[in-house]
Each structure stands twice: as structure tokens, then as C-alpha cells.
Design a protein around this ligand. Structure first.
Ligand SMILES: NC(=O)c1ccc[n+]([C@@H]2O[C@H](COP(=O)([O-])OP(=O)(O)OC[C@H]3O[C@@H](n4cnc5c(N)ncnc54)[C@H](O)[C@@H]3O)[C@@H](O)[C@H]2O)c1
Length: 352
């Protein structure tokens, strides 16, 4: 029997989820979709031949016996829609970031535990060949003791517009949108240590920069005339973990830098490497040595979304272990809350 799927929030990223479900053939059937913007839901339904289309998730959940849903709304609705779906007996794949803050994230985790259903997070960067290889290098001792990691996701002029700058809908700026990807990736290959303290700073010096020609770039599908921008444009932070390791993060929508950077650099006692070069920086015969790894080590957007959806469905069916469980989303949200608090107070923040 095919798993019955519903999709909540029918904007840009919902298409990537849909593509993933389509790859699974008759193992799944996407039977319903909904969006508070009913036009979007109708268009989505027509695009993919989904018959049951709604303007809210409650009617969708009530009128369809769904096994699983994807939550693809803006961040402010993740908690509400996820909890509603779990309470209706569905397994949930919720997009990143898990929620607006750790309090919401814990509520979602508790709802999943109470319902006895799976809550998986859309940490798609975990699905890449680069992440797979990095985890192997970290686990098999090649890197030695990994004690320092740098995670960078800096855009020069890359505010996505739409709701992404509206704190009430997004929860924050580049930290919660982009930083989430590289912080989670870094923590994942470090073996998911627990964060213990954070020192961070945020800025809003350049603002939206939506009047500057940036030659194109990824834009939200939710179009608004003059997007609100009351979030940070740059966030920097140092995160300390319970194993003594430290993660340094830099992430921006807008920053006066020359080259945009998206990278995770990993430094271990035996070797270092970074995701962009995939070389080991080490010592051989008492000389510095760079060892190039020639395998396939890259992140590919849609293929890795397809893997994420496949892992979700496999996990629901008990055929695989979920690669991004709720507890990792909660840990991430605790880190983000602490960065924002530290930025406000100017002091280091302890995480329990
Ligand atoms: N994993 C990734 O690489 C990746 C990439 C892009 C976006 N995302 C995440 O996906 C989510 C959606 O982003 P997007 O770019 O698709 O945004 P979008 O603006 O294109 O679509 C969001 C849709 O959610 C709808 N919505 C809002 N509240 C709702 C509710 N309560 N019920 C039903 N629908 C609701 C909106 O009307 C809108 O159509 C965000 O959380 C974002 O962070 C992840």
C-alpha cells in the first residue's frame, strides 16, 4: 500500500519535496496539499495532479487519512503545522529551521514523542556525498581529534526578499536561514556534541540591499512589494561543545566582501580538510603534505533532496534510520537562541 502524503505550504521548496516523492513511484501517493494562500495551493495541485487542495492544514488533516506530511511553510508556521500533523497521527518531515526558537522546537519534539510518530528535520546538507565522506573521515580516525571547525555562509548581496527579512515570519536573518545549514553540517560531522556555551554578535548595517543589482540570485517565491527587513544582515559566533571542540560561524545576507563563501573547514590533530577542496592537510615523512581525495564529494541540490525524501519514507516504513532526528533540531535551535541572546547582551551565554 502506498503511503499517503500531504504537503503543507506550497511555495518554492515544496517543489523539491514533490520531486523527491515522485522519484519513489508507487511507494507513495501525494494525495493532498494546502497553503493559506489558496491560489498557491491550487496552482501546486494542478501542477502535480493533486486532487485534494485546501487553504489550511486542519481541513487537510481531517479529511484525508494521511501517513506523512512535509511541512514547507515559512518558519513561523513550522511549529503549529507540525504539531497539528503529529496530533492527527502523521509522521512529519519539517523544513529547516526546525522552528522560531528552542521553546517551539521542544514542543514539536514532545508532540512527536506523545504521538509515537517520526519527526524528521530537513537538514538536507547531511544527505550530500561531501557530508558522507566527511563523517567517514571524522569517524575512522583519519582526522584525529577534531577540535576546531569553521562554518561559513557569506553572501555579498543575497537577501532572498519575501518573508525572509520579516522577523515575525522568519525568526531571524542569515543565521536562522543559512547558518542553520552549515552549523548543522559542522555539528553532524563532529559527531553531534552538545553545545555548552555561545558568544555571538549580529549586525544590521547594510539592510536589505534590495535596490542593488546583484545579477540575480535565489529569491523567495512569496513576492511582496517592499519586503520588511528587521533581521540581522551578518551574524558571527563561537560555539563551544561538551567535548571541548569549538565551532566558529560567519553568515550574511549582505556584506562588503569580494568573494561569497560557503564552506566548512575542519581541523583535527592528524589532518584538516574543507568541503570546497576535499584535500587532507597533513604531514607525511616529516613534511607538510596535501592529499587530494578524488571521489565524488559534492552537494547536489535536487538529488540530495531526493535522498532526504527517500530517507524520510524509508524511516517511516522502518527500513532505515532517520538521518535528521528532532533532537538535533532542538540542539540547533538552542544554539541559535543563544547566539541571538549573546548578541543582545554582549555576553557569553551558557546552554543547559
Ligand atoms: N532546505 C533548503 O535548502 C531550503 C531551501 C529553501 C527554503 N527552505 C525552507 O523551506 C521553508 C519554505 O521556504 P520557501 O522558500 O518555500 O518559502 P515560500 O515563501 O516560497 O513558500 C512558503 C509558503 O508557505 C505558506 N504558508 C505560510 N503559513 C502557512 C500555514 N500556516 N499553512 C499553510 N501554508 C502556509 C505561504 O503562503 C507560502 O506559500 C522555509 O522554512 C525555508 O527555510 C529550505
Amino acid at each position: 500500500m502506498a503511503l499517503k502524503i500531504g504537503i503543507i505550504g506550497n511555495g518554492g521548496i515544496a517543489n523539491s519535496h514533490m520531486h523527491g516523492y515522485i522519484q519513489l513511484g508507487n511507494r507513495v501517493e501525494v494525495v493532498a496539499c494546502c497553503d493559506i494562500n489558496f491560489e498557491k495551493a491550487k496552482q501546486f495541485g494542478e501542477r502535480y495532479g493533486i486532487k485534494n487542495v485546501y487553504d489550511n492544514c486542519y481541513d487537510m488533516l481531517k479529511n484525508n487519512e494521511l501517513d506523512a506530511v512535509s511541512v514547507c511553510t515559512w518558519n513561523a508556521a513550522h511549529c503549529e503545522c507540525t504539531v497539528a500533523a503529529l496530533e492527527a497521527g502523521c509522521n512529519v518531515l519539517c523544513e529547516k529551521p526546525m522552528a522560531m526558537n528552542a521553546e517551539e522546537a521542544k514542543k514539536m519534539q514532545a508532540a512527536a514523542e506523545k504521538a509515537g510518530k517520526l519527526l524528521m528535520l530537513g537538514f538536507v546538507r547531511r544527505q550530500g556525498d561531501d557530508a558522507r565522506k566527511a563523517l567517514e573521515l571524522s569517524k575512522n580516525g583519519t582526522l584525529g581529534d577534531v577540535y576546531f571547525v569553521k562554518a561559513t555562509y557569506l553572501r555579498r548581496c543575497g537577501f532572498p526578499g519575501g518573508w525572509f527579512g520579516n522577523k515575525a515570519l522568519s525568526g531571524g536573518g542569515p543565521l536562522i536561514d543559512l547558518g542553520v545549514h552549515v552549523i548543522d553540517l559542522a555539528r553532524y560531522i563532529m559527531g553531534c556534541p552538545n553545545p555548552v556555551s555561545v558568544y555571538g554578535a549580529t549586525f544590521n548595517k547594510l539592510g536589505a540591499r534590495d535596490d542593488i543589482n546583484n545579477g540575480g540570485g535565489w529569491q523567495s517565491e512569496t513576492v511582496v512589494d517592499k519586503p520588511v527587513f528587521n533581521v540581522e544582515d551578518l551574524a558571527v559566533a563561537m560555539i563551544r561543545f561538551d567535548n571541548g571542540a569549538v565551532l566558529e560561524v560567519e553568515t550574511s545576507f549582505n556584506l562588503n566582501l569580494k568573494n561569497e563563501v560557503g564552506n566548512v573547514e575542519v581541523f583535527g590533530s592528524k589532518a584538516g580538510f574543507n568541503f570546497n577542496d576535499f584535500e587532507l592537510y597533513t604531514v607525511k615523512d616529516n613534511e607538510l603534505a596535501d592529499v587530494k581525495l578524488y571521489g565524488k564529494h559534492n552537494f547536489e541540490f535536487q538529488p540530495d533532496f531526493d535522498r532526504e525524501i527517500a530517507n524520510f519514507v524509508d524511516s517511516v516504513e522502518g527500513k532505515a534510520e532517520c538521518m535528521a532526528p528532532a533532537k538535533d533540531g532542538v540542539a540547533l535551535m538552542k544554539i541559535l537562541d543563544a547566539v541571538y541572546l549573546s548578541a543582545k547582551t554582549g555576553k557569553s551565554v551558557d546552554i543547559d
